[in-house]
Design a binder for this molecule. Structure first.
Ligand SMILES: Cc1cc2nc3c(=O)[nH]c(=O)nc-3n(C[C@H](O)[C@H](O)[C@H](O)COP(=O)(O)OP(=O)(O)OC[C@H]3O[C@@H](n4cnc5c(N)ncnc54)[C@H](O)[C@@H]3O)c2cc1C
Length: 386
């Protein structure tokens, strides 16, 4: 059987692959020559992405991109103030939206809602969506790439891996698990997000996108503590959470089940291999501290779409020059974001009092010195400006 022939195939219809498909559909003369191959088991947390317990802090730059693609979820909670502190030490800093003349620092959305919104938009974009499990690249030569999806055979001149964490060994095991749940605060503060560093990992308390006054909890801690916390009754879990977070929101009462995710960083050493490119989590999977994974992945997608604009018109030409340009443009942002995230996830957990004290002083220094705070906040808000 002759393989189906495409100019470009995107493997993975998560948020990054779908956003790329929508961007390319607008630039390509023939969107039907683009395939988006999505696994049937659409989420690593189960068959139904709407059940995915993740909430995502989406920065201002990502919001603008998603809105322009018609894929902004209906329910989103604004973040206008971010409070960063260290448990048991003095250091803390507060970042406010009006320091940067933006209406909000970011928003919190449900992974499942974002996934659905993007998937719906792709269906009407003209891109061909092919759903099936077991998709893999089978071969590559100078003219293109062979792909298998079950019994289906495809050939594409360029393949984009947006298939998340697949077959790449982890670069760092954090020996931290993230506990995900939601909680009701007795003294809620609308528009406030909190990142509290503990000596086992960060605890994020974010406004929940679906219920005013409720918080999304991402509690990173040692695997042993995570297992013990999951086994607690709802009352005892709520008590432990309030004790760890402190009294800034009054008492926190957990609502619903507690999910648990092991945390690791995986970095693909080479994001380009001939006619294959990896973007989003397929290129780098980060610790959730500071909420950078999706934001970085969307910047990957936007840059790739821009550099491929010319090639989409002449797809018989080799894409090598466009891909080199992509690598040059993405290198600095990728490096800074990966290093910053890795540092933040570990610097408060060294169990070395001097290092932890210095990290606390750095937070305090940031609060006192807007000149230090501004570049960090700008990077987290919009990514590195190129
Ligand atoms: C607890 C937690 C909290 C987080 N919080 C934030 C946050 O606040 N802000 C933020 O920016 N990021 C956050 N992230 C990171 C964010 O979830 C990811 O960076 C983002 O989902 C990456 O999107 P992606 O499309 O690259 O990959 P994924 O979301 O992993 O999607 C990949 C898709 O590819 C599909 N797939 C897999 N293999 C194949 C295959 N062989 N063929 C076809 N399809 C395939 C999968 O089914 C999936 O749908 C968080 C992550 C976690 C774990």
């Amino acid at each position: 059987m002759q393989p189906q022939d495409f100019n470009l195939a995107i493997l993975g219809g998560g948020p990054v692959g779908s956003a790329l498909a929508l961007l390319l559909a607008r630039l390509a003369p023939h969107p039907a020559r683009i395939a988006l191959l999505q696994a049937e088991t659409a989420s690593q947390y189960g068959h139904r992405p709407e059940l995915d317990p993740r909430v995502l802090a989406v920065n201002h730059g990502s919001r603008v991109l998603l809105e322009s693609l018609g894929a902004w979820p209906q329910q989103a909670a604004l973040i206008q103030t971010i409070h960063v502190s260290q448990r048991g030490r003095l250091g803390r800093t507060v970042i406010k939206h009006d320091d940067f003349n933006v209406p909000e620092l970011g928003c919190v959305v449900r992974y499942g809602q974002l996934y659905e919104k993007l998937a719906q938009a792709v269906i009407t974009s003209g891109v061909q969506v092919l759903i099936g499990d077991g998709t893999r690249v089978s071969e590559q030569d100078a003219s293109g790439v062979g792909i298998e999806q079950g019994a289906r055979r495809l050939h594409a001149k360029l393949v984009i891996h947006a298939d998340g964490l697949t077959g790449v060994e982890s670069t760092r095991q954090y020996t931290q698990y993230a506990l995900l749940t939601r909680a009701r605060a007795s003294r809620p503060r609308v528009g406030w997000a909190f990142e509290r560093f503990t000596n086992e990992g960060p605890l994020a308390v974010l406004p929940h996108p679906e219920a005013l006054g409720e918080q999304s909890i991402v509690w990173c801690c040692s695997p042993a503590r995570a297992t013990a916390l999951q086994a607690l009754s709802p009352e005892n879990f709520s008590h432990a959470l309030t004790e760890m977070f402190g009294s800034r929101l009054g008492t926190l009462t957990a609502q619903g089940p507690v999910a648990c995710v092991p945390l690791a960083m995986t970095l693909r050493p080479q994001t380009i291999d001939g006619r294959c490119v990896a973007i989003g989590n397929a290129a780098q999977t980060l610790h959730p501290v500071a909420g950078q994974g999706l934001n970085l992945g969307l910047r990957d997608a936007a840059t790739l779409a821009i550099v491929l604009r010319g090639w989409l018109v002449t797809p018989d030409e080799p894409p090598a020059i466009a891909l080199q340009r992509y690598q040059q443009l993405r290198g600095p942002d990728r490096q800074v974001t990966v290093r910053l995230t890795d540092l933040l996830s570990r610097v408060f957990t060294t169990k070395l009092p001097v290092v932890e004290h210095a990290a606390g002083l750095a937070l305090l220094g940031m609060d006192l010195l807007p000149a230090l705070r501004a570049p960090l906040a700008r990077h987290l808000l919009q990514g590195l400006r190129l």
